[in-house]
Design a protein around this ligand. Structure first.
Ligand SMILES: Cc1cc2nc3c(=O)[nH]c(=O)nc-3n(C[C@H](O)[C@H](O)[C@H](O)COP(=O)(O)O)c2cc1C
Length: 305
């Protein structure tokens, strides 16, 4: 009983000191020097110092941070802590400039004691509340706009046509994509949106790299092939693997290879973002797509600018 009281009291006191007041040395009396903090399979495990650094980063962004321990349950050498943190976002965090908004995040920490010290912790929390406040994600609250209306808007937007490809264990795969955009030049990043029902989609999920070939004005037949469900879209086509292995379409006016970064689920599509790792372009006019039709840009009149 004394031990229970001792451990829970020490957790409450060290957490208050570190999280609420930035007195990180208070953790030294609680966490073993060999302490490991695990936050799920995707995150790198932290040691005592990197854990302190992460609290420091959170406190810099949310200086009025308050963490309330709502419940502590003990079972042998294990302790489970249910907690809730609140604070105002007043400095940049995760690359997001300060929003001034209040944030509330809740989670649970499972600690394993080795004698008087915590040897290992597992942390689980729902990042959605935080990401919403930071404006990284938004939960749709408004009624959807009529789909035909939205389609009509998209028909006003002029794009090129790309073929997005990948090497699927030795087999080239690809589809026609006009949802391609530059994200940033420094670092050079781009995105493509691919429907989840596409037969190329699973291969893009497995791949480390993808290729983007911007079709030339005389490649309407290539666009047609890659917009189809043909079994082998590469049959009889001139293509070469790029320096990073992604298939690149011969005769296209520009080509990129991208190291895939994120695969964001968005409605019926996946947004693949990534860093450009190879690039080239040729002096060929691009194929233009607008309002459901294809155009040769060399036939259009340039406007003074
Ligand atoms: C001009 C044009 C642009 C297209 N843009 C996209 C796009 O941005 N994303 C997408 O997923 N499909 C797009 N498509 C549709 C796919 O190319 C088409 O569904 C294709 O059959 C998918 O092939 P797959 O299932 O073999 O991957 C576009 C089609 C055309 C003709």
């Amino acid at each position: 009983m004394t031990k229970t009281l001792d451990r829970t009291v020490r957790i409450r006191s060290a957490w208050r000191a570190a999280w609420d007041h930035g007195r990180f040395e208070a953790l030294d009396g609680l966490l073993s020097p060999r302490y490991v903090r695990r936050r799920g399979p995707a995150a790198t495990a932290q040691d005592r110092d990197t854990f302190k650094d992460s609290i420091r980063a959170v406190r810099l962004a949310f200086p009025d941070l308050r963490t309330e321990i709502e419940e502590i349950v003990e079972d042998g050498d294990r302790i489970a802590v249910r907690w809730r943190s609140t604070g105002h976002h007043t400095a940049p965090f995760l690359g997001v400039p300060p929003t001034g908004r209040p944030v509330e995040v809740a989670g649970a920490t499972f600690s394993r004691f080795d004698g008087p010290e915590v040897a290992e912790e597992w942390v689980t929390w729902d990042p959605r509340q935080l990401l919403e406040v930071l404006g990284v994600i938004t939960t749709t609250k408004e009624a959807a706009v009529d789909a035909d209306l939205v389609r009509g808007v998209h028909r006003k937007f002029i794009t090129g046509v790309t073929v997005v490809t990948t090497d699927d264990d030795g087999t080239p795969k690809g589809l026609a994509v006009n949802a391609f955009s530059s994200i940033s030049l420094d670092p050079p990043m781009v995105l493509v949106c691919v429907q989840n029902s596409s037969s190329t989609h699973p291969a893009l999920h497995r791949a480390s790299h993808l290729g983007i070939s911007i079709l030339a004005a005389d490649q309407l037949d290539v666009a047609r092939t890659f917009a189809s469900k043909a079994e082998d879209k590469f049959a009889g086509l001139a293509w070469t693997p790029g320096p990073h292995g992604a298939p690149l379409i011969g005769g296209s006016c520009a080509q990129l290879e991208v190291e895939i970064g994120e695969r964001l689920q968005a409605g019926s599509h996946t947004v693949f973002t990534g860093r450009v790792v190879s690039a080239r372009h040729d002096d060929l006019a691009p194929l233009v797509y607008s309002g459901g039709g294809f155009f040769d840009i060399s036939q259009t009149a340039p406007l003074p600018w």
